[in-house]
Design a protein around this ligand. Structure first.
Ligand code: RB5
Length: 146
């Protein structure tokens, strides 16, 4: 089981709450970094919070939700060591773990339904980084942030 930091802005709040419950039910430790209500907030603050938690070792992985999954991924990716990917289907979620060693999965509440989101998170968690030919490419990604 993993320690998973979660966050959202107002537009991703309901899905973030749902995913946090699902992750707890799966036995993961959930570090909820907000938002803690659907009041209007700024997604960069919440992408940064999860990014810093993952990069700093307070969590193994992160899940972020905003309206589109895009802005919050951009924010998380500004933190060195973070490999955040916005995904809206199960295949992308699996591939971004297997090939990119994605450590922060980002979803858009306004773009996908809760069931697809849960399936995507589960596929990402169940997948494993394949290493091999992907190892050097991921190292190059990380070097870009240094
Ligand atoms: C908020 O309206 C919306 O812009 C935000 O949730 C996100 O989609 C940004 O990328």
């Amino acid at each position: 089981m993993s320690s998973i930091a979660v966050s959202s802005d107002h537009a991703g709040f309901a899905l973030k709450q749902h995913l946090a419950d699902v992750l707890r039910d799966l036995g993961h430790e959930v570090l909820d970094l907000g938002a803690h209500s659907a009041d209007r907030v700024d997604y960069p603050d919440f992408g940064e919070a999860v990014g810093r938690a993952v990069a700093g070792g307070d969590a193994d992985l992160g899940v972020c939700v905003c309206g589109s999954g895009l802005g919050i991924a951009m924010a998380a990716n500004k933190v060195p060591g973070v490999r955040a990917a916005p995904v809206h289907d199960v295949t992308s979620a699996r591939l971004t773990r297997q090939h990119n060693d994605c450590n922060v999965l980002c979803l858009g509440e306004r773009l996908i339904g809760a069931e697809v989101a849960v399936d995507a998170v589960r596929a990402w968690l169940d997948a494993e980084f394949e290493g091999g030919r992907h190892e050097g490419r991921v190292a190059k990604l990380d070097a870009l942030g240094e």
